[in-house]
Design a binder for this molecule. Structure first.
Ligand SMILES: [Zn+2]
Length: 402
């Protein structure tokens, strides 16, 4: 509507102007040397207007020509930047895929196109790291001098040091990386990994957040602690992280006994037997008693904390067998079988009573991450390396360990 109106107004104005020019009276005489031009005023006005338009177009063309080299250079720069960005992207993918050759090619291309950019330096260093080239170290060191990408430099140095087994250096670089970028979780995990490799479980505990990892690290640190008070504090940390973990409860009872708190240790074991009966707890409960008959009586007291549980029946059967009470041993071993014991322990007691060779035991532990069975407890799974993933193998518990 408005467009049509504007068109009508413009057409009317042009028509009026043309009418006015056509109606201009008189003529124009131009003399230039031998030439003498005589024309009407209207034609002269039109010729002047056409000349002005041609002049304006000419000037515009000249300006464009003058700016052409600058525009060409800008276009070329843009094309180079785009090609450089593409090389960087391809290099990132090659690094992520672990393709050393591809990463090196793209790093060289990006370097030629973009020059000394921090990301190009990082890509070159990562490519060198993937190829096992010593230049990687120098590249990462150069990155640590740039405040914007310092983290990437220290991260690369920490990884290199960890890979080559220089654990102190790896820990130092991981700390520097954390200082360069405190909000991220990578440096913390790296420091945790280094501390576990150094078997510095107390330092690892300070860095771990996950409850099962904290339990396992606290138990391992308590076993390392030289002072009884320190061991007790660490064992309490373990129980705090996982109150129903037999590993943590056994560590606490052991630490309490080590610190001369025998009554507290016995309370912990009784409480532990109620929450999570486990051969480790029974072993600690019976440790101060040597006489077989007295051990069978002590076992009854512990089993009374969780009557009818498969572990209680196995404990009673085992101690009765040692005390030469075959009737009691058979009754409890059969009760354990009825309660679902399938790992061979109840069957072994019955076999011994009948003078037969015992069946093989199932491994006592199993990793809940990779499901690998293990005969002994470890702070981290020997198969997958995860911390605190070994759990009692409920399908089969082997005889107690110390
Ligand atoms: Zn595992």
């Amino acid at each position: 509507m408005w467009g049509a109106l504007k068109f009508c107004v413009a057409a009317a104005l042009i028509l009026a102007l043309a009418w006015w020019v056509a109606g201009l009276p008189g003529e124009v005489n131009i003399e230039a040397g031998r030439y003498h031009i005589v024309t009407s005023t209207a034609l002269a006005v039109v010729a002047l207007a056409v000349l002005a338009v041609i002049l304006a177009l000419l000037l515009r063309g000249l300006g464009g020509l003058r700016r052409a080299p600058r525009r060409l250079a800008a276009w070329r720069r843009g094309r180079r930047l785009r090609a450089g960005d593409l090389a960087l992207q391809r290099g990132l993918v090659a690094v992520a895929a672990g393709d050393a050759n591809g990463a090196r090619t793209e790093a060289a291309r990006a370097g030629a196109l973009l020059g000394d950019e921090p990301l190009v330096d990082w890509l070159s260093a990562e490519a060198a790291r993937l190829s096992g080239d010593a230049a990687a170290r120098a590249g990462f060191e150069r990155l640590t001098r740039n405040p914007d990408v310092r983290f990437l430099g220290f991260q690369g140095l920490a990884r290199e040091a960890l890979r080559e087994g220089r654990l102190d250096e790896a820990a130092r670089h991981a700390r520097a990386a954390e200082a360069a970028y405190p909000r991220g979780g990578w440096a913390r995990n790296e420091r945790l990994e280094v501390a576990v490799k150094q078997e510095d479980y107390a330092a690892a505990l300070a860095l771990a957040k996950e409850p099962r990892a904290r339990t396992a690290l606290a138990v391992a640190a308590a076993a390392q602690a030289r002072m009884p008070g320190r061991a007790l504090a660490l064992a309490r940390e373990a129980v705090k992280a996982e109150p129903a973990s037999p590993v943590a409860l056994a560590a606490l009872a052991k630490a309490q006994r080590g610190a001369g708190k025998e009554r507290a240790a016995r309370r912990t074991l009784l409480k532990g037997w109620k929450r999570a009966p486990h051969p480790w707890l029974a072993e600690l409960w019976l440790a101060p008693v040597t006489d077989p008959l007295a051990r069978a009586q002590a076992a009854q007291k512990l089993a009374a904390a969780n009557p009818g549980h498969v572990e209680s029946e196995l404990l009673l059967a085992g101690t009765a067998l040692a005390a030469r009470l075959p009737g009691e041993a058979r009754r409890h071993a059969e009760a354990a079988l009825r309660a679902g014991n399938a790992d061979g322990r109840a069957a072994a007691i019955l076999a011994q009573l009948e003078g037969k060779p015992p069946p093989p035991f199932a491994p006592a532990w199993r990793c809940e991450a990779c499901h690998t069975p293990e005969a002994a407890w470890h702070c981290l799974c020997p198969a997958c390396g995860k911390i605190g993933t070994l759990r009692p193998n409920n399908a089969g518990l082997a005889p107690a360990e110390g």
